[in-house]
Design a binder for this molecule. Structure first.
Ligand SMILES: C[S@@+](CC[C@H](N)C(=O)[O-])C[C@H]1O[C@@H](n2cnc3c(N)ncnc32)[C@H](O)[C@@H]1O
Length: 393
């Protein structure tokens, strides 16, 4: 028997449409349950709608992970193992294991697993527990990963999950041999990933497809990769015979690892230079080189609704600087990973920058996150990454 959360009449529409978040204002009766407990969700007529993780203190009071009108044994290891197995089956369909051994295995709501992110680096999983609910079933998650053949598991903490969602476990190795640096292969390009020191889970797996597209346009080009992190886009440009590549990131640690990655793939080091600098300053003041291809992949400027106007100004300034620097006939890859800024708004901001630059700009491609970051059609909030590939004259 599970504790029961009953939804108000008229407030169950989103749930019937399988949106996985229940807001506190939609609740008729709260369950007698603790933070993170699994609860049954009922409509106002006490018909079963599904199961979710309860979070009494949160605006999102329940995160649904199973929509069903059948009693289901969701409090068993077998249930969670099967869910993770289905996520793995999908990855075997969308990731070519001959060329790539690093991918996202669990994409939270995108895998009907609210509150869990799990990225695979060869045999290592780096996971983030985003809510108390997934923290409470941590032992089953670990056991399932090991049963499915992964050899080590590192838990990476997220500040917002600790502060707002009361997740308590600190960053630590939960299983297997700790590894400071993991060697991975993405489309046959080698990268070192540092799960403990690195940003996010260690690598930005969500740009795999766009990195490959940069590769297609790089031959013979002068490429500027701003916000380069450890060189994702730079390495694809070098692999595809770019004339020169400049990587710029404010983090010296990231630039050092970027240089190591260039070395690791045996690319000629004279074709690559890394700059540990602010990208806005670099675009304004470093004028020695003319670029044929510029990548703009900044961190999320809008962290919440209140910061959207400032974030838009940031994106506009950045894109304007790039439009002023790109050679005629050049290509700009511009991205936003701010979940609060949707595709339309981002395009309007880039439009504003293009108009100010008074250049002819055309859209060649519109990009998004790759297939190992599936988007739950009922949960559009899951779609955060937007990209435009622009031709500048
Ligand atoms: C979204 S990540 C880029 C990921 C990268 N494109 C890749 O494929 O791995 C954003 C990066 O911007 C860097 N960064 C943040 N603010 C910066 C700034 N003002 N100037 C330069 N780099 C900055 C961060 O250190 C981080 O590495």
């Amino acid at each position: 028997m599970f504790p029961i959360l009953t939804v108000l009449k008229g407030k169950d529409r989103a749930l019937i449409n399988r949106h996985p978040w229940i807001f506190s204002g939609a609740v008729k009766r709260l369950p007698k349950a603790q933070d993170g407990d699994i609860v049954q969700i009922h409509d106002h007529e006490e018909k079963l709608l599904g199961y979710g993780f309860f979070a009494p203190e949160n605006q999102i009071v329940c995160r649904v992970f199973e929509f069903t009108n059948q009693e289901t044994a969701v409090d068993t290891y077998e249930y969670w193992l099967a869910k993770i197995q289905r996520a793995k089956d999908l990855r075997t369909k969308v990731i070519d294991s001959n060329t790539t051994n690093t991918y996202r295995l669990i994409n939270a709501e995108g895998d009907f697993f609210s509150g869990l992110i799990a990225d695979v680096y060869d045999k290592v999983i780096v996971m983030q527990l985003l809510v108390r609910g997934t923290e409470k079933i941590k032992a089953w998650i670990i056991e399932a990963f090991l049963e499915l053949g992964y050899e080590a598991i590192y838990l990476k903490t997220k500040e917002v999950s600790q502060k707002i969602e009361q997740v308590q476990t600190s960053a630590m190795w939960l299983a297997g041999e700790p590894q400071e640096k993991i060697l991975v292969r993405e489309n046959n390009i080698l990268f070192y990933v540092e799960p403990m020191k690195g940003q996010k889970t260690g690598f930005f797996l969500d740009q795999r497809d766009s990195r490959a597209l940069v590769g297609q346009y790089s031959r013979g080009k002068n490429v500027l990769n701003t916000f380069s992190y450890t060189g994702g886009f730079s390495l694809y440009a070098l692999q595809n015979e770019a004339n020169l590549v400049h990587s710029v990131d404010i983090s010296k640690t990231a630039i050092d690892l970027c240089k190591e990655n260039v070395h690791l793939n045996a690319f000629e080091e004279e074709r690559h230079t890394g700059f540990a600098e602010d990208c806005f300053d670099f675009l304004r003041h470093n004028r020695a080189t003319e670029y044929d291809l510029i990548v703009l992949d900044p961190p999320a400027f809008a962290k919440n609704a209140a910061s959207v106007p400032n974030a838009c100004r940031g994106y506009k300034d950045l894109n304007l600087l790039a439009f002023k620097r790109i050679r005629s006939g050049g290509i700009i890859f511009t991205f936003s990973c701010s979940q609060r800024i949707d595709r339309d708004l981002f395009r309007k901001v880039v439009f504003g920058a293009a108009a100010d630059a008074r250049r002819n700009i055309r859209i060649l491609h519109q990009t998004t996150q790759p297939a190992d970051h599936p988007i739950n059609i009922y949960h559009p909030e899951n779609e955060y990454l937007k990209g435009l590939v622009l031709y500048a004259e």
